[in-house]
Design a protein around this ligand. Structure first.
Ligand SMILES: Nc1ncnc2c1ncn2[C@@H]1O[C@H](COP(=O)(O)OP(=O)(O)OP(=O)(O)O)[C@@H](O)[C@H]1O
Ligand SMILES: O=P(O)(O)OC[C@@]1(O)O[C@H](CO)[C@@H](O)[C@@H]1O
Length: 306
């Protein structure tokens, strides 16, 4: 089972607004509500790829119910802990540029966190994969990320971590199987501008020296780089297509990579699948569907560069 954890899920309100004028009333031409939050997006892709997944984390209020119903409609099993307060609604404005406003989200108490950890400790088995993705909810810190990471290390379970700053770096000693910073996140961690492929690979390897086993660095419309624990590096390109909404592309990439790696153990092909899922989501309103993923997979080139 692939368990995804989203500490602070969201309903993504995706609005098409041709021209945005700050300080004025703007009207959307179209709006879509999508169950979101990084772990939830990963479960959505895993499910598309035929991988058994359970989505967990904390939800509350009407928007929390929306997420639960969306999971049920997709046939994804879930074990969310109900919290007081209302799951956030994150606004994603699609104009000439993409603008995002992520809300704060409801507070998670120590008892609610303990209930999640207890559930995980009870259900996890060695063959499982745990994904912890996104930012913390109010009430949670890097220490809570570390507790999940430690549980996975103790149980010998592959742990996939997609977060940023100290939420990511503080868990590196627990040897996550995969981390996926994007270029900005990696630059922030290593405190340097990364302008060449070589510099990005060196920075990714510095995170391996701190404990990460495999590192994907996603580069938006410029593709992605993968540095593996056996010392190889791969680069993926992007297929032809029109960007509709790139929110969740990174989450899709992680889930696509893991779904394929779990079946094949093949790094190059798994990066190709991750890239297909990432671009397929960028070319969709919400998270990608399988038919587009399969089509784009054929078009993506992956090079072994080390
Ligand atoms: N504009 C785009 N065109 C084609 N493919 C894209 C585009 N943006 C993203 N992708 C694909 O998706 C992958 C992940 O995207 P990106 O680097 O934007 O992740 P991210 O910053 O983590 O995104 P998010 O936080 O929204 O999930 C890229 O490496 C690429 O393969
Ligand atoms: O605030 P966080 O947890 O960093 O990010 C949340 C979020 O922006 O990430 C997903 C895309 O990756 C969206 O579905 C969601 O709104």
């Amino acid at each position: 089972m692939h368990y995804t954890i989203t500490f602070n899920p969201a309903v993504d309100l995706v609005m098409q607004v041709p021209v945005v004028n700050l300080g004025s009333l703007n009207r959307a031409m179209k709006d879509d509500y999508v169950a979101g939050g990084k772990g939830i997006n990963m479960s959505t892709i895993l499910n598309q790829m035929g991988v058994a997944t359970t989505a967990t984390g904390f939800v509350g209020g009407f928007s929390g119910s929306f997420i639960r119903q969306a999971m049920e409609a997709e046939g994804i099993s879930e074990h969310f802990i109900e919290v007081d307060g209302i799951t956030r609604v994150n606004v994603k404005i699609k104009s000439e540029e993409e603008t995002e406003i992520n809300a704060k989200g409801p507070e998670v108490s120590q008892e609610e966190f303990a209930a999640l950890l207890e559930y995980l400790a009870e259900v996890l088995e060695e063959v499982d994969v745990v994904y912890l993705a996104g930012n913390a909810a109010p009430g949670l810190t890097h220490l809570h990320y570390r507790q999940v990471a430690e549980l996975c290390l103790d149980k010998g379970i592959r742990f996939v971590l997609d977060s940023n700053k100290d939420l990511l770096t503080q868990s590196l000693p627990y040897k996550p199987f995969l981390i996926k910073p994007n270029r900005d996140e990696l630059e922030e961690i290593v405190n340097t501008d990364l302008v060449s492929v070589e510099a990005i690979i060196d920075a990714a390897m510095s995170l391996q020296n701190r404990g990460a086993r495999n590192v994907i660095v996603s580069l938006g419309g410029d593709g992605a780089l993968l540095v593996t624990e056996d010392g190889q590096a791969f680069q993926s390109g992007i297929p032809e297509g029109e960007v509709i909404n790139s929110v969740g592309a990174g989450d899709s990439m992680v889930a696509g990579f893991m779904a394929h790696f779990d079946k094949t153990g093949d790094y190059a092909e798994s990066l190709q699948m991750g890239a297909a899922c990432g671009s397929a989501t960028a070319y969709s309103v919400g998270i990608a569907k399988r038919d587009l993923i399969d089509r784009l997979f054929q078009e993506i080139e992956v090079k072994n560069i080390k």
